[in-house]
Design a protein around this ligand. Structure first.
Ligand code: GLV
Length: 325
């Protein structure tokens, strides 16, 4: 019997490819550019699994053209790049990589929060520029973190991990989520559930931890930014389109809010021109889960999910169990 075949659309950590090669034939696109949509469709012919990344747009149209594919294993916890209902209708299993990146992503959300509040990129550039002449009472004065109120939009795995870090900084934690966390989790985190309007009005830091769905697209727009304090800091490590980037750039320019720390953007890798000119926008290139260990684990987890599906087992991180009867 001929071996099953896996398409890996873009460079991953090598152990994941080695693992797959031990079991299957592998068509590995080991480049940084990855595949165009047309190339992905063409190269998927004859493959039963696709190991994809969040830069692969697997819309309903694309999925309809994936002949013979049984599983799409995304190397990410987020899967807004895949039309899961379309995959389900086509009988294709879809998997993601939850859990392994929770702490790394929470570390980064907190890093971004601190760097933004305390103006680290500006301070670094200032020292390098040679402009530093003396100690000044208000030189690069930032916002306090200790004792401030953190508003978490979404208290899932990552939101809760950020809350645990915030506790160590004596922060007051409020959150909003469609679903209330169990009482013992609220107690452990010292987190109080509030309405979105109250969170926006009272939080010193608003940190976003929701998946991108039709309901969360532009969850933070001009109206929401207006409700925030002029001293407030917005942190986004979720997905770019959760924030209306143009409205945010205006708010930062007009100082409606104080600053923003962003790891994700609406049209990555493009960034709204205005944001690039604003010192109160601290920007990172979608690296919240990028520790070597975590990105290695994500690569392996996706490979293991693909392998399980091809071997007739239920993948550990199956998003559409309806396809596996
Ligand atoms: C990264 O953004 C991920 O969803 O894993």
């Amino acid at each position: 019997m001929s071996k099953k075949k896996v398409l890996v659309t873009k460079r991953v950590y090598p152990e994941a490819v080695e693992f797959l090669r031990g079991k299957f034939e592998v068509d590995y696109e080991g480049t940084n550019a990855g595949l165009t949509t047309e190339e992905l469709i063409a190269r998927s012919r004859g493959c039963q699994a696709v190991v994809s990344q969040l830069t692969d747009r697997l819309s309903a149209d694309v999925i309809a053209r994936l002949e013979g594919v049984q599983v799409i294993a995304n190397v990410a916890v987020g899967y807004d790049n895949i039309d899961v209902p379309a995959a389900t209708a086509a009988g294709i299993a879809v998997t993601n990589t939850p859990g392994v990146l929770t702490e790394t992503t929470a570390d980064f959300a907190f890093t971004l929060l601190m760097a933004t509040a305390r103006r680290i990129p500006e301070a670094h550039a200032f020292v390098h520029s040679g402009e530093w002449k003396t100690w000044l009472i208000d030189l690069l004065a930032g916002q306090d973190i200790y004792g401030a109120t953190l508003g978490l939009v979404g208290l899932g795995r990552i939101g809760a991990a950020v809350a645990r870090r915030a506790r160590g900084f004596g922060m007051n934690i409020i959150y909003c989520d469609a679903q209330a966390a169990p009482a013992e989790v609220e107690r452990e985190l010292g987190a109080k559930r509030v309405e979105m309007a109250e969170l926006l009005k009272t939080a010193d830091f608003v940190s976003l931890h929701v998946p991108l769905t039709p309901e969360t697209r532009h969850l933070i727009g001009a109206a929401e930014l207006k409700q925030m304090k002029p001293t407030a800091v917005l942190i986004n490590t979720a997905r770019g389109p959760v924030v209306d980037e143009a409205a945010l750039a205006d708010a930062l320019e007009q100082k409606t809010i104080w600053a923003a720390g962003l790891d994700v953007f609406e049209a990555e890798p493009k960034v709204c021109e205005k944001l690039l000119t604003l010192p109160n926008a601290v920007l990172a290139p979608h690296i919240a889960s990028a520790s070597v260990g975590t990105r290695r684990r994500m690569s392996m987890m996706a490979a293991e999910n693909a392998a399980a599906a091809l071997e007739g087992a239920r993948p550990a991180n199956l998003l559409n169990p309806e396809v596996c009867k």
